[in-house]
Design a protein around this ligand. Structure first.
Ligand code: NAP
Length: 342
């Protein structure tokens, strides 16, 4: 009988716990910024991730204003084994007023931990990440409150997201910080470079034994093989306001996508999606690549990104294609939340 041999999921440790090198991203599953996703599809995607060897599931209270966490709780109950899920959720965003602002005040953190544990219906969270730095609350104060959650057994490990080196250093003086979650993909590589006298985030994390969980690893689908020239996204879909998907930049990025697509096919027999996902894992210092999905079948392509590597010459060719095609690069800064009025 014909049987397809599966390539094993690659693993890494975060604070001693084994996690998959691909993690499921559940922002889209929240259902508010990427089009509607049914409860059934969302739960099937989360359980489908575990069935494909993915134990790290990244969520956040802001994704669907609690919906993504609630659905993860339901998926864990439907699956039946809490220990098969490594829950990475977040704290420190506030949507109670106009718009979304960073809020890591002790009061907000205490409200959020209880709400997250309740929605997830679990006794502890494996990795609790500060979603965005709150520039008006001292980082030390935030770190102290979060360290208390670890002490109380509500959280196993602490992480941050979108933090600079100075911000991680300030946090680390008060409580051990195990991970950072920055944007990173073939087109968005700010963390590889030093900025304004500050060290580059990615090598700094590697040198300090911190895990790096990359978000937008597929560049919000631009590198996933489905996006074509001139494609329009519905109003309310985050990509309808993403400057990369708006002309004239969109055409430049599509030239690069097509160049990488051809290169990946001719030299590695891979799709652009498989190649772009592998590229993230093969950059020095990356621990986990988050992969956003709304349906379980979208995770099947992960198989083609496992068990091979992108060599130095191929990395250089990718750099050449991007430099040749993208004349007016732009980052994901449009995702930055507002600053809280004190
Ligand atoms: P992403 O992973 O870069 O891209 C996800 C999109 O790629 C999907 O919605 C889907 O697009 C497309 N895709 C996935 N699998 C595919 C397949 N097999 N074939 C074709 N297209 C496929 O997106 P992301 O949501 O920005 O990043 C992933 C996760 O990172 C999020 O879910 C979230 O957990 C996290 N994140 C964190 C932050 C932060 O500030 N910490 C910010 C952003 C994201 P379609 O929807 O068009 O099908």
């Amino acid at each position: 009988m014909f049987s397809m041999e599966k390539t094993a999921m690659e693993k890494i440790r975060i604070a001693g716990v084994e996690v998959s090198r691909f993690g499921l991203g559940t922002w889209a599953i929240g259902g508010t910024e990427w089009g509607a996703v049914s409860d059934e599809d969302a739960i099937a995607t989360m359980i489908g991730a575990v069935e494909r060897g993915i134990n790290l599931i990244d969520t956040a209270p802001i994704y669907g204003r609690g919906r993504s966490e609630g659905l993860l709780g339901r998926a864990i109950r439907a699956h039946g084994r809490r220990e098969d899920f490594y829950i990475a959720t977040k704290t420190g965003l506030d949507w109670s007023g106009d718009g979304v602002v960073a809020n890591s005040t002790p009061k907000r953190l205490r409200e959020e931990i209880e709400a997250s544990l309740r929605r997830l219906s679990v006794e502890w969270i494996d990795l609790y990440q500060v979603h965005w730095p709150d520039t008006v609350t001292p980082i030390e104060e935030t770190a102290e409150v979060l360290a208390g959650f670890v002490h109380e057994g509500k959280v196993r490990a602490l992480g941050v997201s979108n933090f600079s080196v100075a911000q991680m250093e300030a946090f680390g003086k008060v409580a051990p910080v195990r991970s950072n979650q920055p944007p990173f993909n073939i087109f968005e590589r700010e963390i590889e470079q030093a900025h304004g006298g500050e060290e580059a985030v990615l090598p700094w994390c590697a040198a300090h034994g911190m895990a790096v969980l990359t978000y937008s690893s597929l560049c919000r689908s631009l590198l996933a093989g489905r996006v074509r020239r001139g494609m329009k996204f519905e109003a309310g879909d985050v990509r309808s306001v993403d400057p990369k998907f708006i002309e004239p930049r969109f055409g430049q990025y599509m030239n690069a996508v097509e160049g990488i697509e051809k290169f990946a096919r001719e030299n590695f027999g891979k799709t652009v999606l498989e190649f772009a996902a592998r590229w993230v894992l093969d950059r020095p210092g990356v621990s986990v690549a988050l992969w956003g999905a709304k349906r379980p079948e979208q995770l099947d392509a992960i198989q083609g990104a496992l068990g091979w590597r992108i060599d130095h010459d191929a990395m250089e060719e990718v750099d050449r294609i991007v430099a040749e095609c993208v004349k007016d690069p732009v980052g994901p800064e449009y995702l930055t939340p507002g600053v809280r009025k004190t």
